[in-house]
Design a protein. Structure first.
Length: 638
């Protein structure tokens, strides 16, 4: 039969006789201070201190002084004192076994400290009070077998204790969490938290170290890791001998008896069981003594020493019935039945077997009732958890969708803003390009006017006033066309042809019909197509001055407009002396003009390419004269 394993829950701590004497002295001292205290808050605090000191001596006194503290605190609206009084009332009810009342008290304490923390969320005392309330609730739910809620409260307490850095309370919470996991048979988690507790207890030199070592040893024993179990039991044994904790030492002796019984060292097992019985008898702890006596009886029964076994089994059963421990009664009655059966006393065996059945059924009913209550509590807890999870899930989804929506909105705003900025930049670039074109026009216009005026002056000298007036009339018409269309970035092709025609007629008059000219436009050229103003004129001027004038005899200039491969083709052909021969003639002034015109024209074509992102090219070929070809992007005048 497997022995029932008892785990010590370290919430209130184990109190020795010396500690009890010390606490009584402190209580008497506090009562003397209370008689001379005039401040109500101080009175409430002292009442709470006295209630806390009575906790391990007299739970009724704890309740009495806690109620006094609550009364004073309510009168002066002292929230901290009221919260502590609820803690003390809850503790007294835990000791008395009134778990329902204790739960109400601890919940009130938690509510009170939470209200206080709203006004001062960094207050050390408020956090400590709230942590105590959660830890106490954890103990209650653990005792009731509701380990889910117990662990939830323990972890809330742990979080607060970690914030305030109370290592002694942190170690206790770690220990209690380990006990809760042990009760759930989750030994891996139980060991994890018990070892955390042990580490802190060792650091700060707590006297609870051997108790934690014992609990860890029990888990290793249940896992059949006997070497680790003995290692921890031995450490605990050495420490128990140095401190005043007889109850813990008695329980350890019982566990060591279990260990040596399992390892077949019956001599040591009997020795440790007897030591446990002796200590429990000195403490008048019949519950622990009953367990140790039963273990001795079972050991002797296994050795078929029925006489010794009967002695210990009878005493175990007597203790169990006196204190009403049903679980131990069940085991002892069964052992007694087996002993009488081994001695062929069937009547006595049957009698104890019947008592064993009664105890077993009572235990079963009690266990079933506990299971039902536990299942109901677990169901309510899981239902609550499911609702919280669903709510959290919806909140998370809403948060995610909100973030995505905000990101999309931000992205849309960015795209719109970016497009507007690009549009604004392109518009600005276009305006800049147009202004640059106009500036270049202004550079071209004085150049052109200067040449024409020079021609008029020469014409007047050579041909007389009447011819000069005719020439001046054509010049004024040309100037009107030039000024009118040089304001825009494009001029209609028909107006460009008209301007060229006027210009060529002027130059014919000036140079006495030294050349003929022809201007042609193919059917592919549409009426609303345009090109930059004064783009063709400089090349026609060059053809006259550098091709026709130096040539012996008459020549011909031809200007053609056509559309090929999606481009507007403008070509200026002359049968003059050509570029090479023209360079030999040192006419620096004309060359300067021509060089300036070509440079400005190339710059205008570069600006055009950058503005409309289409190719604009110029090509000059020498072949029995000179051919200049401009390949321009097709543009329409709105």
């Amino acid at each position: 039969m497997k022995n029932k394993i008892h785990i010590i829950i370290l919430f209130f701590g184990l109190t020795s006789s010396n500690q009890l004497f010390s606490q009584k002295s402190e209580i008497d001292s506090l009562k003397r201070v209370l008689q001379v205290t005039k401040v109500d808050t101080s009175k409430a605090n002292i009442y709470n201190h006295i209630a806390n000191k009575y906790k391990e001596i007299n739970p009724d006194s704890t309740a009495f002084y806690a109620q006094k503290a609550a009364l004073y605190s309510k009168q002066i609206k002292y929230g901290f004192g009221l919260g502590n009084s609820y803690i003390n009332l809850g503790n007294s009810n835990i000791i008395l076994g009134n778990y329902e009342t204790a739960t109400v008290c601890f919940n009130k304490a938690a509510e009170q400290f939470q209200v206080l923390l709203k006004s001062d969320d960094e207050n050390f005392q408020y956090k400590n009070g709230l942590a105590r309330a959660f830890a106490s609730l954890g103990v209650i739910y653990s005792e009731q077998g509701n380990y889910y809620v117990s662990l939830e409260n323990y972890h809330k307490a742990l979080k607060l204790y970690l914030e305030v850095g109370q290592k002694n309370n942190i170690s206790k919470i770690y220990n209690n969490i380990g006990i809760a996991y042990k009760s759930q048979r989750n030994n891996t988690k139980a060991l994890e938290y018990l070892k955390k507790a042990l580490k802190i207890q060792t650091e700060i030199g707590e006297q609870t170290v051997p108790v934690t070592l014992t609990n860890i040893g029990v888990i290793y024993f249940e896992q059949n890791n006997l070497s680790e179990a003995l290692k921890h039991y031995s450490k605990a044994e050495n420490l128990f001998k140095k401190i005043d904790n007889t109850r813990g030492f008695a329980l350890l002796n019982n566990y060591l008896g279990d260990y040596y019984k399992k390892t077949k060292d019956n001599t040591k097992a009997i020795s440790y069981y007897n030591s446990a019985v002796k200590i429990y008898d000195e403490l008048q702890n019949k519950h622990g003594a009953s367990l140790a006596l039963y273990n001795l009886g079972q050991l002797y029964f296994d050795q078929k020493n029925f006489t010794e076994s009967m002695k210990f089994a009878e005493k175990s059963l007597t203790y169990a019935k006196e204190i009403g421990v049903l679980d131990q009664t069940f085991h002892s009655e069964k052992l007694m039945s087996e002993l009488y059966e081994a001695q062929n006393n069937q009547a006595k065996s049957l009698e104890h077997f019947k008592q064993y059945i009664i105890a077993r059924d009572s235990l079963t009913n009690m266990e079933n009732s506990k299971k039902f209550v536990r299942a109901e509590m677990d169901f309510e807890y899981q239902k609550k958890e499911a609702l919280l999870h669903e709510k959290s899930k919806r909140l998370t989804q809403l948060t995610i969708f909100s973030i995505i929506g905000l990101l999309l909105l931000a992205g849309l705003i960015f795209v719109i803003y970016n497009r507007r900025q690009i549009k604004k930049r392109l518009t600005l670039q276009k305006e800049v390009a147009e202004y640059e074109q106009k500036a270049l026009h202004l550079q071209m216009n004085p150049h052109f006017v200067f040449n024409c005026l020079g021609s008029i002056s020469s014409f007047i000298v050579q041909n007389g006033t009447d011819s000069a007036l005719k020439y001046l009339s054509k010049f004024s018409k040309l100037m009107r066309l030039t000024l009118e269309y040089s304001k825009g970035s494009l001029i209609p092709i028909d107006k460009e042809i008209e301007s060229l025609k006027n210009y060529l007629e002027l130059e014919q008059l000036r140079f006495h019909n030294k050349f003929d000219f022809a201007i042609k436009s193919s059917d592919k050229v549409e009426f609303n197509m345009g090109l930059p103003p004064l783009l063709i004129q400089p090349f026609v001027e060059n053809a006259i001055l550098h091709g026709m004038v130096p040539k012996e005899g008459n020549g011909k200039i031809e200007v053609n407009f056509d559309v090929k491969n999606g481009q507007l083709i403008c070509s200026i052909l002359d049968d003059g002396i050509g570029i090479s021969k023209s360079k030999e003639i040192k006419e620096n002034s004309v060359q300067a003009h021509q060089s300036m015109a070509l440079e400005i024209t190339k710059k205008r074509l570069e600006i055009m390419e950058a503005t409309i992102a289409k190719s604009a090219e110029i090509e000059i070929i020498e072949n029995n004269g000179t051919t200049v070809t401009l390949r321009l992007p097709i543009q329409y005048i709105k």
